[in-house]
Design a protein around this ligand. Structure first.
Ligand code: 5GP
Length: 215
């Protein structure tokens, strides 16, 4: 298998974290790249599991040392993907699931052009607002900031290879899983394809000769 990065982006409340969790729970061939962030943990979030929560100083000095494959400021906080996280998942032979914003996705693709980009669209503005308010963890100002961010993020849909409308969660999950399956058998990702085809051709040549002699 030739593992690849799978980038899931959507406005906050678009469901990417939920879908990423479902994929990771149900598929052995995936691993999660745990991002770094300077935002404070939300209730229930675990250090080193949901995120590596870093101070701004620590984040900035790691960034200066070139530790990040991409980083971006989102809603007033810094977020970034450590190169070491991507390597960790790849070396386990797994595709890397990444829940990153559109600025980060752009930088990441420049560094890892084999990335597969999936944009999750919320079915409606009302649904998005409902999901954000349902979290009960954000101030009204933060909700407003995320809604405004969502409007801007939608402009990036055109640069994603796949778009999945997250109306019914199970269906959106199946669609993203199908994208992974299809990408796995892309021509350029099939391991040792040329050798395989050459062996088949050689085998066929032998069979043709044998068959022709026998008839
Ligand atoms: P949240 O604070 O709700 O967990 O995430 C806010 C936004 O930051 C989401 O759009 C999420 O995709 C994005 N994000 C999370 N991790 C990263 C990362 O490592 N890099 C970038 N660029 N964005 C990230």
């Amino acid at each position: 298998m030739n593992p690849f990065p799978l980038i899931l982006s959507s406005p906050s409340g678009g469901g990417k974290t939920t879908i990423a969790r479902m994929l990771l729970d149900r598929r052995e061939d995936l691993g999660y790249s745990i991002s770094c962030t300077t935002r404070a943990p939300r209730n229930g979030e675990v250090q080193g599991q949901d995120y590596h929560f870093l101070s701004r100083d620590d984040f900035v000095s790691r960034r200066a040392r070139g530790e990040f494959a991409e980083s971006a400021e989102v809603h007033g906080n810094l977020y970034g993907t450590l190169r070491s996280e991507v390597d960790r998942v790849f070396s386990a032979g797994r595709h890397v699931v990444m829940d990153i914003d559109i600025q980060g996705a752009r930088q990441f693709v420049a560094a890892y052009p084999e990335s597969v980009l999936v944009f999750l669209l919320p079915p409606s503005a009302e649904t998005l607002l409902g999901r954000l308010m349902g979290r009960n963890t954000e101030s009204p100002e933060a909700v407003l900031r995320r809604l405004k961010g969502a409007r801007d993020e939608l402009a990036a849909v055109g640069s994603y290879q796949y778009v999945v409308v997250n109306d019914a969660l199970d269906q959106a999950f199946v669609q993203v899983a199908s994208i992974i399956d299809a990408e796995t058998v892309r021509h350029r990702r099939v391991p040792l394809l040329e050798d395989r085809v050459r062996q088949l051709v050689d085998g066929l040549d032998r069979e043709i000769t044998k068959y022709a002699r026998a008839t």
